[in-house]
Design a binder for this molecule. Structure first.
Ligand SMILES: [Zn+2]
Length: 156
């Protein structure tokens, strides 16, 4: 199926609402199924506030189990193709922090696209879809929740 569609977007939006006011994170496999990740950013912040200055309200870090599942998927026939996370009350954009996470020595760390969900007061308003263009992760589609959106094919 290789795409984001109405159903898996709703599944991601529900996740974003549920974790509000913290960011949610997860990924979408090539077959369209969604893996709801666990954001351990607040736990990292509690343990080492000097090193992990952000909390789950403005950052995300996948749990070890999530990271293992994602890395394993890249060796399988159903790899993760999209990593998603939410931005509570600040709008959907690819932040400097997001770029740092997505890049390794200036190149994409994972063979995936990124979806950033815009959550306001606990309600997902939409999302922006970012793909690597050879230089940076650029927004290639803006999605408005509650409207009919065309399915988004994911190039891999
Ligand atoms: Zn972000």
């Amino acid at each position: 199926m290789d795409m984001l569609n109405h159903d898996n977007l709703q599944c991601i939006y529900r996740h974003a609402s549920r974790t509000y006011p913290e960011e949610c994170c997860g990924f979408v496999f090539a077959d369209g199924t969604v893996h709801h990740g666990v954001n351990i950013q607040s736990e990292l912040n509690r343990r080492q506030p000097d090193i992990h200055t952000r909390t789950g309200a403005n950052g995300y870090t996948f749990s070890v189990a999530d990271t293992l599942a994602m890395n394993r998927s890249f060796q399988s026939g159903n790899p993760a193709t999209v990593i998603y996370h939410s931005h509570p009350d600040v709008g959907a954009y690819f932040s400097h922090e997001d770029e740092n996470k997505a890049l390794f020595m200036g190149k994409p760390a994972y063979p995936v696209a990124y979806l950033v969900v815009d959550v306001r007061a606990g309600h997902a308003k939409g999302a922006k879809f970012f793909q690597w263009n050879g230089k940076c992760f650029a927004c290639v589609q803006e999605i408005h929740a509650g409207q009919e959106n065309p399915a988004i094919p994911i190039r891999s």
